[in-house]
Write a protein that binds this ligand. Structure first.
Ligand code: AMP
Ligand code: GLY
Length: 433
């Protein structure tokens, strides 16, 4: 491998800024190009203006840039088959095929594979008919978990406390609340326990594990308020003990990878395994076909080694049997406890205004251990940094302990002068309490 690798990274969130930041530090990498990128990614390498949903233009752009590796950040282009199209054109791609990405893009597909391969998860039924759905509901105990089959921007899961609410939700979902995404419903048994996210970098056969992370999905302190894409994260997550990780590997990841491969849809990329650590062990809550956002930010920041060999290995093969060597390059033993605080625009996850001016990113970045990743930011006509989305900045910090990392991250937040923004004040509470 020459030392002049060019990467094309697709995406524009905090996840992609963190990936660009980390990959650009690799001695294997010459340049990280991004599309559409954001003002933070712009400081790392050239950004193009092709959206992640414009598959034809993304293919054209890839042909133009001729990267040595394409890294696909978000789920939408994976679900559209971008990885397949680019591989057919001869590019090395980090990201699963359209078929394999159904582990995220169809909850019914995902549940069916788990059952087929004997992977522990909540009992479920799959429905298009409201009468059958409601009668299945009556075999379960409250609360009731209702999931739109398709991609619904993180909003497709509803937990209903009563049968009445669940019945009403079934009617709404099946009559198009999330469009085609909720034409089919998955209804699940509710699992009790603590959640965690495990990230597996895989070429379809070999598997390299990153430290377990925990996300904070609710908008408000103490895990209250509406669900969001994630308001903060930290790693490592102590709930994933060595014993739990060993069970995740043996009972979940190995059978999934083996089964997908045997069924002709090997999974290549990063498999996001959302687990519930229950009394009877780890069970799958969901799979995603990409890194978590904001979990990726803490993983990239806390890793001391090089992420690029594992990413390249997933894209080109050769991980199987060499996992220890790849994990050594990641320097997992040196992983520093890390936390990230999401700064969001007032109103998120509901409606919010764009264009408010943000100051103080530079002094925050100068604090010890702190890196601010951009998500929904933009530069306005006057050259000022402004908010351009719901989740806007990820103030991320490492430390010798998680407590130090969290304190440093909140010290970074104090430097940010943005009256229109808000954040949670309790990131990391489960591990710190
Ligand atoms: P999902 O998009 O499938 O991860 O669901 C979103 C959130 O709903 C998860 O992060 C969990 O907090 C919760 N959830 C989903 N499925 C279940 C379940 N079967 N039991 C308990 N909580 C669940
Ligand atoms: N942070 C949750 C997700 O990326 O799906």
């Amino acid at each position: 491998m020459s030392a002049a690798m060019n990467i094309l990274l697709i995406g524009s969130g905090g996840r992609e800024h963190a990936l660009a930041w980390k990959m650009a530090q690799s001695p294997l990498v010459d340049m990280v190009h991004s599309t559409p990128g954001n003002p933070g990614m712009d400081e790392i390498g050239p950004c193009f203006d092709v959206a992640v949903t414009d598959i034809d233009k993304l293919v054209q752009l890839t042909l133009q840039v001729e990267p040595d590796l394409v890294v696909i950040g978000p789920e939408a282009p994976l679900a559209e088959g971008l990885a397949d199209i680019l591989r057919a054109r001869g590019f090395d791609v980090f990201g699963p095929s359209q078929q394999a990405a159904q582990l995220e893009s169809s909850k019914a597909f995902s549940k069916a594979r788990m059952v087929q391969y004997g992977v522990p998860t909540a009992a479920y039924g799959e429905f298009t008919d409201p009468v059958l759905a409601k009668s299945y509901l009556r075999t379960l105990e409250a609360p009731y978990v209702l999931k739109a089959d398709g991609l619904a921007a993180g909003k497709g899961v509803v937990i209903a406390e009563t049968l009445e609410q669940a019945d009403a939700e079934i009617d709404e979902m099946l009559s198009g609340k999330f469009g085609d995404a909720s034409a089919t419903l998955v209804i699940e048994e509710f699992m009790h326990g603590e959640e965690a996210s495990i990230f597996v970098i895989t070429d379809g056969a070999g598997a390299v594990y990153l430290p377990a992370a925990q996300d904070h999905k609710r908008a408000g302190d103490g895990d209250t308020g509406p669900n969001t894409g994630g308001m903060g994260a930290y790693a490592p997550a102590p709930v994933v003990t060595d014993d739990i990780l060993a069970r995740v590997k043996a009972e979940i990841v190995q059978p999934m990878l083996k089964g997908m491969k045997a069924d002709g849809m090997p999974y290549q990329g990063v498999l996001y395994v959302g687990i519930m650590v229950t009394e009877s062990g780890p069970k799958v809550v969901e799979f995603n076909a990409r890194f978590g956002d904001p979990e990726c930010q803490v993983l990239m920041k806390g890793l001391k080694g090089d992420i690029v060999p594992a990413i390249l290995g997933a894209a080109t093969g050769g991980l199987e049997g060499n996992e220890e060597a790849f994990e050594a390059l990641l320097e997992l033993d040196g992983f520093e406890p890390t936390a990230t605080i999401v700064l969001a625009t007032e109103g998120y996850p509901g409606s919010y205004a764009k264009g408010s001016i943000i100051r103080g990113v530079k002094p925050a970045n100068e604090l010890p251990g702190v890196t601010v990743f951009h998500a929904g930011t933009d530069i306005d006509e006057g050259g000022a940094l402004v908010a351009n989305g719901g989740r806007v900045l990820n103030v991320t910090a490492s430390g010798e302990t998680l407590k130090e990392a969290v304190d440093r991250a909140y010290a970074g937040v104090e430097q940010i002068d943005w009256p229109e923004g808000f954040c949670r004040r309790d990131i990391g509470w489960r591990a710190l309490s």
